[in-house]
Design a protein around this ligand. Structure first.
Ligand SMILES: [Cu+2]
Length: 140
């Protein structure tokens, strides 16, 4: 009775298989990396009962979005409009950036703003500007 040997996998075939897996893994990693870098981020800023934006200063990248969430019981605004500020120093907009204003945000409401111009944005809350309710977004 003849012994049927299983076809042996040569060293060369093993090597090829290893190289193929390597390139497949590398390609998958590159695709993942590309999709992660292409996806713009969202940063959350909380509006607190202490009449503060938390964090007060955030750093984001061009194209990112900031979402403010009103976690306090009071009405607040997120306003970066020089025409609505009592004090000029409470607002800053990079050259070419448009003013924005969330309008009144009730408890649990949120407001999103995407930033496409790099630079420093300083904004305030209309009802609480006098108490120093000011925040900053640094867009790099
Ligand atoms: Cu406020």
């Amino acid at each position: 009775m003849p012994i049927v040997a299983e076809s042996p996998i040569t060293k060369r075939q093993q090597w090829r298989c290893g190289i193929g897996a390597y390139w497949l893994a590398l390609g998958a990693a590159m695709l993942l990396g590309a999709s992660l870098s292409a996806k713009a981020g969202t940063t959350t800023v909380k509006i607190t009962d202490l009449l503060q934006f938390e964090p007060k200063h955030v750093v984001i990248h061009v194209g990112d979005t900031v979402e403010w969430r009103n976690e306090s019981v009071l009405v607040h605004t997120v306003t970066a409009d020089p025409d609505k500020a009592a004090r000029a120093e409470d607002v800053a907009l990079p050259r070419g950036a448009k003013a924005f204003d969330s309008g009144n945000l009730d408890h649990d409401a949120h407001f999103r703003q995407r930033f496409s111009q790099p630079g420093l944005y300083r904004y305030f809350c209309i009802p609480h500007e006098a108490t120093g309710m000011v925040g900053e977004i640094e867009v790099r």
